[in-house]
Design a protein. Structure first.
Length: 246
């Protein structure tokens, strides 16, 4: 890691410990500490980033809370190896099928729901009139009892009245669609970005402050190309990776 990468910015609105946690997390992901299996000592990290050891300690504590590292008396701070769930994105992207046999148990929970008027942006994506009724479902998905995604989904209310109850009963968007008469649907676009977890992510996905999440914005249509669902899903970056399938 060169000197330019170790600098932290003291007046950019992001706490120093969080910037350092991000740098260490990236270094772990890039395999920079693979030779030792642990992160450098606190004094070395403090010198590297030009901060005091208390700031480094706060960064390591956050990473430990995320389950990325584990302090061991007399051995230092060990890296906890986690296998990421591989989530394929294709024309027929389905959560349960995508996770497949990577998890023994898969669960979908409804957190909140509402019927509301479509904003201009949402109306454009779903190709409905601005202000038309949409049903919003906020869902939490788990794999082997671990939260792996928190999603907000919007559906045209005129076509999918009853989708709340169908999802509550099945824990699956695919099954809910089928219950309401839609036997197949297609993924037409997926946009993926990365950001820090917000308060709701931290609570629902059981993350620590400063954790990085992957945000997938997806549009699904029926086989005739009519939009049926727009979803914004948030995944812990250290737990999930995406594979784009042609």
């Amino acid at each position: 890691m060169d000197a330019g990468q170790t600098n932290v910015q003291r007046q950019n609105g992001v706490a120093l410990w969080r910037q350092i946690a991000d740098r260490i997390r990236t270094s772990i992901s890039d395999g920079e500490y693979d030779a030792t299996g642990k992160v450098p000592p606190e004094f070395a990290l403090a010198a590297q980033f030009g901060v005091n050891r208390h700031t480094v300690r706060s960064a390591l504590a956050a990473l430990a809370q995320e389950g990325i590292v584990r302090p061991v008396q007399g051995r230092g701070t060990l890296i906890v190896r986690k296998e990421r769930l591989n989530f394929p994105i294709s024309r027929r992207t389905r959560f349960n099928q995508g996770i497949g046999d990577q998890a023994r148990e898969k669960e979908g929970l409804l957190l909140r729901s509402a019927e509301e008027p479509a904003s201009a942006e949402l109306a454009a994506r779903l190709k409905i009139a601005e202000g038309a009724a949409v049903i919003r479902l906020e869902a939490l998905r788990k794999a082997d009892r671990r939260p792996v995604s928190r999603s907000t989904n919007w559906f045209p209310a005129e076509r999918f009245a009853g989708i709340k109850e169908a999802y509550q009963a099945s824990g699956s968007i695919t099954v809910a669609f089928r219950t309401l008469g839609l036997s197949d649907y297609l993924r037409v676009s997926t946009e993926i970005t990365a950001t820090h977890a917000d308060g709701a992510d931290i609570a629902d996905l059981q993350l620590s402050p400063g954790a990085i999440i992957l945000v997938a914005r997806a549009l699904n249509t029926d086989p005739d190309g009519v939009p049926v669902q727009y979803a914004v899903s948030r995944f812990p970056a250290d737990m999930v990776q995406f594979t784009i399938e042609n």
